[in-house]
Write a protein that binds this ligand. Sequence first.
Ligand code: UGA
Length: 431
Amino acid sequence: MEIAVVGTGYVGLVTGVSLSEIGHHVVCIDLNKDKVEKMRKGISPIYEPGLSELMIKNINAQRLSFTSDHRKGLQQADVIYIAVGTPENADGSAELSFVIEAAENIVACIERDVIVVTKSTVPVGTNDMIKDIIQSQLTSDLKVEVVSNPEFLKEGSAIHDSFHGDRIVIGADSEYAFNVIEKINQPFNVPIFKTDIKSAEMIKYASNAFLATKISFINEISNICELLGANIENVSTGMGLDQRIGSQFLKAGIGYGGSCFPKDTKALIQIAGNVAYEFELLKGVVNVNKKQQGLIIRKLTDCIPDISGKKIAVLGLSFKPNTDDLRESASILVTEELIKQGAEVVAYDPIAMDNAKTVLNSSIQYADSIEEAIENSDAALILTDWDEIKNVDLTVFNKMKNPLVIDGRNCFLVKDMETHGIEYRSIGRPA
Ligand code: UGA
């Protein structure tokens, strides 16, 4: 089987590399020539633990290659994965122009019967649309099948998740397509769930929306805990022991970010709206998240009502640890608000500094270490629970003017901060 992957963003690149790692021949296609040149040398355009190593290994084994030439990449393929972006339109719906373009390129370039597999997160009905585009533009008698195969990888642990996922979902409408895609995925040794195409498309959105709901739910419980003097850490642990609830995604914080939950929740509200259904619960989830992202500023101004001219250290900028991704990260909103209120902001992140400099540009200062960021600051805000932050020697906070730490990720024990004489505010725990 010759496999082509269209698009080398996070989903496409991880998909291509993982498929080559289990023995397939894979060519990854991306229009960006510079990016292709770098990837040919094993340089990953994203920070993802373990990815570069697997790229180099499979390039050397001649199972993995990269091209910016669509025709070259597509003409000999038996299976083509579409893994292009589906960004958010202004109304929250998914923008499908890259998917449409990919389908049109496929039909223009293929020279064999192919199975087109959609990895991108696409609204229910999109695979039918892809099928229609291909059938209406096909001038030969080649056979083209379309399969929905959504991805469930998490940034920061994508390689691990590829080989230890909970399930692989395959949505198809022919036994032949099911068999081919099942066989390709068998070496992953992950349970396979076969279903119809529309249900597969919905499984992806419903899963992300459900996880986002869990997060907004626990964040609201944490806010109530604060008012009542209960401790969210104990509440989450106690709830998670119920196997029907499960312990994952019950960590209260400053809301979910990233390229998926914010976009997919809004898209699902739109998808429902398109068939005249108001998804009230999910609208609540989105609103709660927006409010929660601003919580840390409210906690800060409770302690320092006027932050104008104050030096505020921001520790952690990526939307979660082990990634350099800042998309929809609370750090964007928080730094914007700090600047708006006249604060001087100095930020530090173990990995995301380069990306931060392009997203947050010169509006803030950047430090090379936690120590440098907090030196003489009036307050430190923790936005991402990186190990480097969680394991910091607490005496470092003595370098602040008056040690005040506002922790959006509950990185430290309240009693440890007390012992070190640090004024400490966290999420859903008694101060
Ligand atoms: C998410 C899903 O977890 C993946 O299954 C899915 O494949 C992916 O989206 C996608 O659609 O591509 P990801 O966005 O990489 O993965 O990150 P998560 O680990 O899910 O975290 C998302 C956000 O939720 C982060 O900001 C994180 O800090 C926050 N979060 C997560 C919490 O606030 N509390 C939790 O308990 C868990």
